[in-house]
Design a protein around this ligand. Sequence first.
Ligand code: PEP
Ligand code: MN
Length: 344
Amino acid sequence: MKERATVEQIDAVVAHLIEMGFDIHRSKGESRTVIGAVGHGNGDTQLIAIQDGVHEVLRITEPYKLASRSFKPENTVVAIGDVLVGADEVIMMAGPCSAESEAQVEATAAAVKRAGAKVLRGGAFKPRSSPYSFQGLGEEGLIMLRAAADRHDLKLITEVMESSQIDVVERYADCMQVGARNMQNYSLLRDLGRARKPVLLKRGISATIEEWLLSAEYVLAGGNKNVILCERGIRTFESYTRNTLDISAIPVVQQLSHLPVVVDPSHGTGRRDKVAPMARAAVAAGADGLLIEVHNDPDHARSDGAQSLFPAQFERLMAELRVIAPAIGRSICVEPVARRGWSR
Ligand code: PEP
Ligand code: MN
C-alpha cells in the first residue's frame, strides 16, 4: 500500500483479496502496510493494482512467502517475554542438554545467569538417536527448569517433540524448540502455528536453507508470527566434528528472510573445545543469538556431555563476545561485567 493509504483503502483491498479466495496476512511496517495474499485465489490481480491506496502488486517468487524479505522488508523481532531476539542485543541462551536433577538444573541455571545468559535452555523431552539413550524427564524436567528459570529471572526454552506435548510445554516454557530431527514434521509445525508462544526452529541435519524457510512458513501460515531460526550444523562428509556448522547460513538467511537467526555451536561441532571459536564466529557473522550447552558437571552429563561447556568456559566466552559484539554494532549482556568488575 502507499505510504499514506487510509485504513478504509487497506480494508477495501483486503476485502477484495478475500473475495478472490486468498488468505490474508497483514504486515504493518514503519512507513507502509504490506498485504500478503497467499494461496490459490482466482481473478485478475491487476484489478487490485488500480485500487485506491495501492502502491504496487508484486509476485513473491520464493516458494516461502510470509518468511521472505519481499513480504516483510524490516527485521522481525521475536519477544520471548521481555527478551527481544532480533533487536540490537545478541541474546545468549544457555543451559544443559537435558534436565537431569534439581541440583544440576539449579547449579547450571545459576552459572549461566551469572555469566550473562538471558534464556535458560534444557530438554525434558529428548529426541535421541538411540532408543536406549536417556529420553528426558518429561513434565518432571519441565517443572525443574521452570522453577530454576524463575529463581534466576531467566526465560525458558525447551523442546517440543510432538503435537500432543504442545499444551504441557507451553504451560512451562517461554519459547518452544523444534529440534533438527523434527524440522520436517509438518503436522507438528502446523499445530505450532496455532500456539501462542514463540517457536525456535532448528535447521534439519540435511535440510537446504530453502527447505528450512519452508518449514518456518508452516508455522507462520498457521498464524504464529514469532519464529526464530537456529543453525545447528548439517551433515557433510566431514566426520571430525559431529556436524558441519554452516556459518554462511547466517548472512544468507538474513538476506532471504526477515526472521531472526541464532546459532547452536554445541550441536554444530559436538566438541567442547570447538564451541567457543564457532560461537565467536557466529556473533561476528551477525547471529542474533546463541544457543549453547553448559553443564555444571559435563563429564557426568546424561546427554551431550562432550559438547557441554564448563561454567567457567561459558563465562570466558561471554567475556570474549563482549568484545566482538560491539565491533559489529551489536550489544550483548553487559550487566555482570559492571557488577563483578570483570575486566581481566
Ligand atoms: C538439543 O538442543 O539438545 C537438540 C537435541 O538439538 P538438535 O535438535 O539440534 O539435535
Ligand atoms: Mn543436546
